[in-house]
Design a protein around this ligand. Sequence first.
Ligand SMILES: [Fe+2]
Ligand SMILES: [Fe+2]
Length: 183
Amino acid sequence: MPMSTAREIFVHELSDTLSAENIIYKMLGQVVKETKLPPAQEAYQHHLDETKQHISNVEAAFKAIGEKPEKTTCLAADGLSKEHAALKEEKPKDHALELGLLGGAGKTEHYEIASYKLLVQMAKDLGETKAAALLQENLDQELAMSKTVEKLAKMVSADARKAVGSTMKKPASAGARKTPVAA
Ligand SMILES: [Fe+2]
Ligand SMILES: [Fe+2]
């Protein structure tokens, strides 16, 4: 499809976001099973349910504007999913696992926030108020999830620091090297 007008770009970006949400839904379903941290698991599960709704909202936005999604793959979400796979290959445990998962979740939410901010603005500018409202719903939930992820990451990072601190030996002499910090 040619992309020479604002509307064509909007349809393309919306198609890209539909692909992203589908990739994220799959990834988040795995993350729910991988985390060992109850409050994180609750947050991921809640956002997994929201993500299902995000997909429906984007599909409803297509209907509202009378267009069909293009067949496309969101390369950014695909990349985030590959990073998640690479993290699993490292077999991190405890704090490292949780921080790795939260890091990925934070990046994913920020990508979604950037996407929806543009989509909401474009929908409004194109006079597509129904689509704008549906996309704003998604944006609000991405913003809330991003804050939750930040809070959880702060908590886990502080815990990791305490755990390292309690096992760290005092240097035997002035010239001794400090134990490397492993989160
Ligand atoms: Fe989403
Ligand atoms: Fe999200």
